[in-house]
Design a protein. Structure first.
Ligand code: ADP
Length: 490
């Protein structure tokens, strides 16, 4: 490729004198006492002086701001004489109109054969842009500092413990309450120093859950005990959520430790009370049931229909009371870890059929059983019956219009799945998650026959004990399917 070049023009553009005059930086030469003896066009244009007004008339320090002048005389001049060169010192030069030009000066001393300084050649770099970036940067830094202080001020006002951690999960900030709770000597800590304040038995559980959250980038939600500064352990709910930046990366974690000690103590007191009360009630109510059964047997000797009616009603109410007390006793057993299973190989159809025929007879509901009659599983029959009866009774209680209840079961790999479906009102999605919690009841359900909100909780515990799973599918206006699975073999 051949280029058409105007050789004369090119020579002129790269001529040494042109390079000197039009360089992108200023050049100035001084006598050892600082008198200006030569300077280029670039510098003249920046400062707006004429050559005549400066050459041999002014010293370089005359162009500097007050502080700069002193520094130039006291530092720059002696230094250049001794060292022979100076690199990038920052000064402010005053332009002719009095405005300021921020510059960096680099200089070289020109010496004669005996080493005496004859002249000083200086390059002058305009750093106006850099200065304004620096100002912007400082402003941004100050704003960030202010925001950090506002966040810390707010965080210190919060009566619960809050903290942040870096992407690797190491704790890098804690609020005042955190410091007070553990009596940390200063805000100097890391994950292991904080982990040592976790109640010994809960430490591994926490660290495993935390590591898993960091690995998967998912929220942490765990209840553990923390040892306070007096060494007493108290229950806390630890929550942490990842902060994901615009590139989709987790750059920080925000966490809190909320004390649940009072709540847990109150629950425990309630559990203790319920345990004592239900045990105390069980004996007299069982004896009352015995008496009523006796009365039921002999009622035919008395023709009065009112008496018959009263005995029937009393029987129904005693049965209901016994079922409520049984629920409470079951919860006490679960709490005390005394829900024991007595497993044996069972034919699932026979089990379901027994439960259903009993309920069909008492309620008149139509219950359709569907499944392969050869399926078997290792289960505690009494407990699994309890779950199925609970599901069917709930369908009758909470979906009374649904005259057909379907009970289906199938074997799926190593599991047997059993489900109870009604065509009732269904349950709204946000409530589904809570159905298996202790004492949870859907408010405003139409049944006047509701229990204590313990039935499904007990079912969940029984299925958990069998190493199975439990759940529900439901659609408003269409109905619900409650299901559970059981391992087919032990
Ligand atoms: P309870 O022992 O008070 O009956 P459960 O734990 O058995 O409580 O049930 C919890 C809640 O689930 C009930 O308050 C009820 O509103 C709802 N529920 C259970 N089964 C059904 C169903 N088949 N259809 C609609 N709601 C139901």
């Amino acid at each position: 490729m051949s280029l058409q070049v105007d050789k004369n023009l090119l020579d002129a553009l790269i001529d040494t004198e042109t390079l000197y005059q039009e360089a992108p930086c200023g050049y100035v030469s001084l006598l050892p006492d600082g008198t200006i003896i030569k300077l280029n066009n670039t510098l003249l244009t920046w400062l707006n002086y004429t050559t005549k007004s400066l050459l041999y008339k002014k010293k370089f320090s005359d162009l500097l701001s007050k502080g700069g002048k002193v520094h130039f005389e006291m530092f720059f001049k002696p230094m250049i004489t001794v060292r022979g060169h100076i690199k990038e010192l920052s000064y402010e030069i005053l332009k002719k109109d009095g405005s300021v030009l921020p510059v960096l000066l680099s200089a070289k001393a020109m010496k004669d054969a005996l080493g005496s300084v004859m002249a000083i050649n200086m390059a002058v770099y305009d750093i106006t842009d850099r200065k304004s970036y620096e100002v912007e940067l400082l402003k941004a830094k100050k704003t960030a500092e202010d925001e950090k202080r506002t966040f810390q001020f707010l965080a210190d006002l919060i009566p619960e413990m809050i903290w942040t951690a870096n992407a690797d999960g190491d704790i890098d900030y804690v609020n005042q309450r955190f410091v007070q709770y553990f009596n940390l000597p200063e805000r100097n800590f890391n994950l292991s120093s904080v982990a040592s304040r976790i109640f010994k038995e809960d430490r591994k559980k926490f660290l495993n859950a935390w590591r898993e959250s960091i690995r998967a980038g998912t929220d942490l939600h765990i209840e553990i005990r923390l040892d306070n500064y007096q060494g007493n352990s108290e229950w806390h709910l630890i929550k942490a959520v990842p902060y994901i930046n615009q590139d989709g990366l987790v750059t920080k974690w925000f966490g809190s430790c909320i004390s649940t000690e009072e709540h847990i103590m109150a629950l425990k007191a309630k559990d203790d009370f319920i345990s004592i009360a239900s045990h105390e009630l069980k004996t007299p109510i069982t004896s009352l049931k015995g008496t009523l059964q006796l009365m039921d047997k002999i009622k035919n000797n008395h023709p009065d229909p009112l008496l018959h009616k009263m005995i029937d009603r009393a029987n129904r109410n005693v049965n209901k009371t016994i079922s409520l007390i049984d629920d409470l006793l079951n919860v006490s057993r679960i709490n005390e870890g005394q829900l024991y299973l007595n497993k044996k190989r069972s034919v699932i159809f026979d089990l379901i059929n027994d439960c259903c025929s009993h309920i069909k007879y008492e309620t008149g509901y139509d219950i359709l059983i569907e499944g392969d009659s050869s399926i078997e599983a290792d289960i505690d029959e009494g407990r699994i019956e309890q779950v199925i009866i609970n599901f069917i009774n709930n369908a009758i209680k909470y979906a009374p219009e649904s005259k057909l209840i379907e009970v289906g079961y199938e074997k799926n790999g190593q599991h047997v799945k059993i489900e109870v479906t009604d065509k009732g009102p269904g349950i709204s999605p946000e409530k589904l998650f809570h159905l298996f919690e202790r004492y949870y009841q859907v408010k405003n359900n139409s049944s006047g026959n509701a229990g204590l909100g313990l039935g499904l909780y007990i079912c969940a515990e029984i299925i958990k004990k069998h190493n199975g799973k439990i759940g529900v599918k439901s659609e408003l206006g269409k109905g619900s399917t409650f299901w559970f699975t059981l391992p087919a073999n032990m």
